[in-house]
Design a protein around this ligand. Structure first.
Ligand code: S3P
Length: 424
């Protein structure tokens, strides 16, 4: 499905974005690792999260959406041989690889064409060191076969900044002999550690280090999932770029390791506010509002800040085209290994709209402001590229046509319908 977007006068209104995708995956997977019942309120209704639900069912768990909107996870009798189709979802593949390494006699994990291109040696290596047998395809990708079993704790210094790798190792560590320690030199999202603590795991955090001692059972809890900051980010930037706009995004997650885009936008001159709320766990959430403000360029190259904006770089690039002066993003080579090569995807797409953008191996530089002109662009099969280009289309003259816009299903099926409700 291709979709045409054009300039709008302004955006105004309030919108509840879908539940946080990262927290939803973890609530399901850790629920499957727990004793008793995990109930989840506000789970993301998205293809990726449904993929995790299906995978857990294939592993023998009971996962059910209740009529009142809660989702229940119970694992009485897990299978020891199963196949996981992780679809487009890196989080499903990598976190469940950690689970399988500890619990499966034999498990096969596969995914779609995009996921089959993404690196998996980063999880195979630590899981093998813990004692699992992990066989990847040539090139270190899916499909993977994992033969799990008796694991032992390791100390793992992560060579790449990846919350998925950290989480896979910690999940395996829950069932391993002794202590498993992950050193997260560059701090990445900490939803796993937060939820493990809430579920009674023997987990300790000390600076950049997270340790879990195996053998302490997790207890099922009630998880309230805040709105996904990564989805809210598209509306924050849209309101910032379109004169006269103001949007309110109630109960949105603003965990500092996720909401780094707000710090960058603040340096660029954006106007937003957060009324803090609580989720009952240590996850930060609040009512987030943003309104129009003229922007100026900024430099983003500090590794911790890159990690805290990793999924928001595409939409930050759109903001940069409208900011006065130069915006430079460096140290973000990981973007080349996401659902698409997000550096090339944004460079090609924004160039097609008339932006002045220079590509680097690890990022890009944008000179602004440039008036954008509508053109045909590609989602590259990537939900975040499709949504970022939709926001670019709102400020461009003429029509912006996005091919395969239905890929937003992956994280935010109602994105275009929700966007429409804000147009004035
Ligand atoms: C995620 C971690 C990040 C992020 C992805 C979700 C998670 O990936 O890009 O969208 O839920 O742990 P990496 O861990 O590969 O950096």
């Amino acid at each position: 499905m291709s979709l045409v977007i054009h300039k709008v006068p302004r955006l105004e209104g309030s919108l509840k974005v879908p539940g946080d995708k990262s927290i939803s995956h973890r609530a399901l997977i850790l629920g499957a690792a727990a004793r008793g019942r995990q109930t989840i309120e506000g789970i993301a209704d998205s293809a990726d999260v449904r993929t995790t639900m299906e995978a857990l069912r294939a592993m023998g768990c009971f996962v059910e959406a209740m009529p009142d909107g809660r989702t229940i996870v119970l694992s009485h009798s897990m299978s020891t041989e199963f196949e996981i189709d992780a679809g487009n979802s890196g989080t499903t593949a990598r976190l469940l690889a950690g689970f399988a390494a500890a619990r499966a006699r034999r498990c096969r994990i596969d995914g779609d064409a995009s996921l089959r291109r993404r690196p998996m040696a980063r999880i195979a290596e630590p899981l093998a060191r813990m004692g699992a047998r992990v066989v990847l395809s040539n090139g270190g990708t899916l499909p993977a076969t994992i033969e799990g079993g008796e694991l032992h704790g390791i100390r793992y210094e992560m060579p790449v900044a990846s919350a998925q790798v950290k989480s896979a190792v910690l999940i395996a560590g829950l069932f391993a002999e002794g202590e498993t320690t992950v050193v997260d030199r560059i701090p990445t999202r900490d939803h796993t550690e937060i939820m493990l603590a809430a579920m009674g795991a023997d987990v300790t955090r000390d600076g950049n280090t997270v340790s879990v001692r195996g053998g302490t059972p997790l207890e099922g809890i009630h998880v309230t999932v805040p709105g996904d900051f990564s989805s809210a980010a598209f509306f924050v930037v849209a309101a910032t770029l379109i004169p006269g706009s103001r949007v309110l995004l109630p109960f949105t997650g603003v965990n500092p390791r996720r909401a780094g885009l707000l710090n960058v936008l603040e340096r660029m001159g954006a106007k937003f506010s957060i009324d803090a709320l609580h989720t009952g766990m240590a996850e930060h959430a609040g009512d987030l509002s943003a309104s129009y403000a003229p922007l100026h360029g900024a430099t983003v190259n500090e590794p911790a800040e890159i990690a805290a904006i990793i999924d928001e770089v595409p939409i930050l690039a759109v903001a940069a085209t409208q900011a006065e002066g130069r915006t430079e993003i460096r140290g973000a080579a990981e973007l080349r290994y996401k659902e698409s090569n997000r550096i090339t995807a944004m460079v090609e797409n924004l160039r097609a709209l008339g932006a002045t953008i220079e590509e680097f191996e690890d990022g890009f530089a944008i000179e602004g402001p440039t008036p954008l002109r509508g053109a045909k662009v590609s989602s590259y099969g990537d939900h975040r590229i499709a949504m970022a280009m939709a926001i670019a289309g709102l400020v461009a003259d003429g029509n912006t046509e996005i091919d395969d816009a239905s890929v937003v299903e992956v994280s935010y099926p109602k994105f275009f319908a929700d966007l429409r409700t804000l147009i004035r």
